[in-house]
Design a protein around this ligand. Structure first.
Ligand code: 5GP
Ligand code: ZN
Length: 120
């Protein structure tokens, strides 16, 4: 079920634009707005679940399987040396958006590869 006031429901279902990596019938993978490294992505189910405790096993399996495939693609396409899958459940665990999502954080040999700049 979609939740009306949920931003990730809107993004996952294409009602709000995002930088999309890929999409299938049940999921959309997008770039994180506040990346921890170059290419940091999020797997979003199109269905709303507050967190993993509400999800059916099949959906959990599909979401992590997709995250693994995207991580593998990051190694080939982005030159990442590895990747972290991170999935926060509950405020105490750092969850800030209460629509289940998996972070895929590419890791590089030389650090996060973020572009640093200054005016000064
Ligand atoms: P959490 O802390 O809940 O596990 O992660 C939420 C993530 O969603 C954060 O990394 C944050 O940068 C990202 N985020 C929050 N709002 C938006 C948004 O509107 N668009 C995108 N692409 N990412 C978002
Ligand atoms: Zn939602």
């Amino acid at each position: 079920m979609r939740k009306d006031d949920c931003i990730f429901c809107k993004i996952a279902n294409g009602e709000i634009p995002s930088t999309e990596i890929c999409e299938n019938e049940g999921y959309r993978v997008i770039l994180d707005l506040g990346p921890a490294s170059k290419g940091h992505a999020l797997v979003l189910p199109k269905e709303h679940y507050d967190n993993i405790t509400e999800m059916p096993e099949q959906a959990i399996g599909e979401a992590f399987s997709l995250a693994g495939k995207v991580g593998k693609a990051m190694q080939h396409g982005l030159g990442a040396a590895g990747f972290n899958l991170v999935q926060n459940n509950g405020t105490a665990a750092g969850q800030t958006v209460f629509h289940f999502h998996i972070h895929i954080i590419p890791r590089y040999e030389n650090g996060p590869e973020m572009v640093a700049w200054t005016l000064g």
